[in-house]
Design a protein around this ligand. Structure first.
Ligand code: GCW
Length: 682
């Protein structure tokens, strides 16, 4: 029995659309595709599993049989059994989980629900032949985070400044093109399949900055959203829409968007009812309100709880969720005003509202208090609302981490965030706090032939999904998985060299990027607007609230309670005191929390100024070494992929040298302190 659609394999997707396969190349299915498989269960996602297996079987010589809706207990000559068995004791108790065992030459995967079967299938693909070796005792798998979301900042109409995708570095949008739906369903299906493979179960299809055209997706252009939902549904992914708080006025023609106004409440109820009529499994709304020019409840003297609850009430009858972003701050700050601290803003706005949000509100918080910098402390907001569901937001699109020109594997950064324990070593971790709210990742894929512009940036998309499923996973093991699933090294003439080089390029690439850009957690120092490349004072006298305060004596932002902005007081103990003290504050965050003289000695034993010189020389050298490493695998990967990465590494090396020289020169000129190593500072 087959579904009414046919899924596409990696190679087919590439042939259909001219795109390169990402992870899940056909070869990855050989271990499964060469087996005799019986599948039990019914429903859309079971049909997807059957399709995957049928294609793999046809390619690799195996067979697949649909055993019907219920498992009758026998494997019937099969060596792989994939079964949905509701209420089964073998199940995991989670509709997305599965149990796996191998006995007497039969590998059996049992899920409570079809979604678990699909995730189990991709788990088997990752295991490869290991799933068919010696007996395996029963293992249970389930996602640690319930909601594993990708937020696309895609515009429908090309925005005059931000383009088709805001902060998009991967070609156009997979969903939209020049004001219309892109309509490339084969590509969309291939994308959905990649996402399901890493466990993503929710996608927002438009930018949180909702412009005029995009506002209509909620109403008269809902059909275009439904067409996307139709594809994503086949891979267990629920569609979400970013909506404008002003929609009742801009698309509804009302005179107000006041959340306490009855006509406004009715408007949202009606609009939402229509959404669910057209898309019954619609996920919910994502809202950026009162932030960077977006409308919100403040305009009516109402709170963000009033605003979020308005939408939550409209969604509740249908089981939908409103994701309300905590990214609210004054972007028209006077740089002369030392009492305002952008880092404090989200906590000040939201912590007092704890307990006031409806159950179907998720407060979506950026991982750091400022804005997706290469190094920030974990946002204190995550720990400040015990009675509110909280999600943490990370940025796969590399706005501040090299814009997919630079190789920068962010798995280790995100892993640190998810493992951070706001109440110290005995307390729970961020991953525990967000178990219900989940992880939301600003997406980095687009219409680019390699999906992500920089082919190695695929690793970030992969890791975002896998870390949401298993926040404790080692990010370097995730990288191993991605390498195996993408490059099938075993199929090349020198698997070890290929693996070694990919690790040499990516393992420490996040720390390398940190080394040659803004030092010790101080952030920014980028060109205003597009924020790429160095500009030490680029944001220093702007209204954006992102300052470093360097003068001839020292650098850094005093965020202490004793003498600074008081931001350290937003943390529970022990961090409130650890960050308060320049002696206890971790080196890598020193300048985020403290203004110190250039001669301040770090725990590492070196002075701040010497650290700046050393890391910038080292970072640029490491970028050059990444490029050298990559040159060693020209014979092991597709030629055009090799060239694309090489071109990007050329740019990374150039840019890293530019960063090195601008930062080093700037601080040498400010401080007058020479480099102890006597190296050339222009
Ligand atoms: O970092 C900033 C970006 C904006 C973005 C904003 C946000 C979508 O520069 O482009 O807007 O964050 O997260 O809302």
């Amino acid at each position: 029995m087959r579904g009414t659609f046919r899924s596409v394999s990696g190679r087919e997707a590439a042939a259909l659309t001219g795109m390169h396969a990402a992870w899940l190349p056909d070869e990855a299915f050989r271990p499964l595709g060469s087996r005799h498989t019986v599948v039990y269960g019914q429903g859309l996602l079971v049909a997807t599993v059957l399709d995957e297996m049928a294609i793999a079987g046809a390619r690799h010589g195996g067979t697949v049989r649909h055993g019907g809706s219920g498992r009758d207990g026998t494997a019937d000559g099969a060596d792989l059994v994939l079964a949905v068995a509701s209420g089964s004791t073998a199940g995991s108790g989670d509709p997305e989980g599965f149990a796996l065992a191998r006995r007497d030459g039969v590998t059996t995967l049992v899920a409570d629900a079809p979604a678990g079967l699909l995730y189990g299938l991709y788990h088997l693909v990752r295991l490869g032949e290991a799933a068919f070796g010696p007996d395996r005792p029963m293992e249970h798998h389930r996602p640690a985070l319930r909601r594993r979301m990708l937020d696309h900042w895609d515009n429908v109409a090309v925005h005059p400044v931000m383009g088709q995708v805001e902060r998009g570095y991967a070609g156009g949008s997979l969903f939209w093109r020049d004001g219309a739906a892109r309509g490339d369903m084969a590509r969309l299906r291939a994308y959905a399949r990649l996402l399901a493979c890493v466990g993503v179960n929710a996608v927002a299809v438009n930018n949180v900055n909702v412009h005029a055209t995009e506002a209509h997706l909620l109403t008269d252009r809902l059909g275009e959203v439904a067409a996307i939902a139709e594809i994503l549904r086949q891979y267990g992914i629920g569609v979400h829409l970013s909506v404008s708080f002003a929609a009742p006025m801009t698309v509804g023609g009302l005179a107000t968007a006041d959340p306490l106004d009855e006509t406004v409440r009715d408007w949202w109820s009606q609009a939402t009812r229509e959404v669910y009529r057209v898309i019954p499994d619609f996920g919910g709304y994502l809202v950026k309100a009162d932030s960077e020019g977006q409308p919100g409840p403040f305009g009516y003297g109402r709170s963000h709880a009033d605003g979020a609850n308005l939408l939550a009430d409209a969604l509740a009858p249908f089981g939908g969720t409103v994701r309300w972003r905590a990214f609210v701050y004054n972007h028209r700050q006077d740089w002369r005003d030392r009492s305002t601290d952008r880092a404090r803003a989200a906590y000040e706005h939201f912590a007092p509202l704890d307990g006031q949000f409806r159950d179907n509100v998720i407060l979506q918080v950026k991982y750091g208090p400022v804005d997706f910098q290469v190094r920030e402390p974990v946002s204190p907001v995550i720990a400040a609302l015990p009675h509110t569901r909280v999600a943490v937001e990370i940025q796969a699109t590399q706005e501040y981490t090299g814009q997919q020109q630079h190789a920068c594997y962010l798995g280790p950064l995100w892993s640190e965030v998810l493992r951070f324990r706001p109440w110290g070593t005995d307390g729970i971790a961020v991953a525990d706090i967000v178990a219900g709210g989940g992880l939301a990742t600003v997406a980095n894929a687009g219409a680019d032939d390699f999906w992500t512009g920089h082919p190695l940036a695929q690793a970030n998309l992969y890791a975002a999904g896998r870390l949401a499923w298993a926040p404790d996973a080692d990010p370097l093991s995730i990288l191993d998985e991605w390498i195996e699933m993408t490059f099938t090294p075993a199929g090349t003439s020198d698997p070890d060299r290929l693996r070694r080089v990919l690790h040499a390029v990516l393992d420490e690439s996040w720390l390398t990027y940190e080394q040659y850009t803004a030092p010790l957690g101080v952030g920014f120092m980028v060109r205003p607007g597009h924020p790429y490349g160095p500009d030490v004072d680029g944001y220093e006298y702007t209204p954006w609230g992102t300052y470093h305060f360097a003068d001839r004596d020292g650098i850094g932002v005093d965020r202490t309670r004793a003498t600074g902005t008081g931001y350290t007081g937003q943390y529970p103990q022990p961090w409130a005191d650890v960050y308060e003290s320049p002696d206890r504050c971790p080196d890598e965050l020193l300048l985020f929390f403290h203004h110190v003289p250039y001669g301040h000695v770090l725990h590492s034993g070196t002075t701040v100024i010497q650290h700046i010189y050393d890391t910038h020389f080292a970072g640029a050298e490491r970028a050059a070494e990444m490029r050298r490493q990559w040159s060693l695998v020209a014979d092991l990967v597709e030629a055009d992929l090799h060239i694309r990465v090489r071109e990007r590494l050329d740019e990374q090396v150039r840019s890293a040298e530019e960063w090195r020289d601008q930062i080093n020169s700037y601080f040498y000129r400010k401080s007058g302190v020479p480099d102890a190593g006597g190296r050339r500072i222009p």
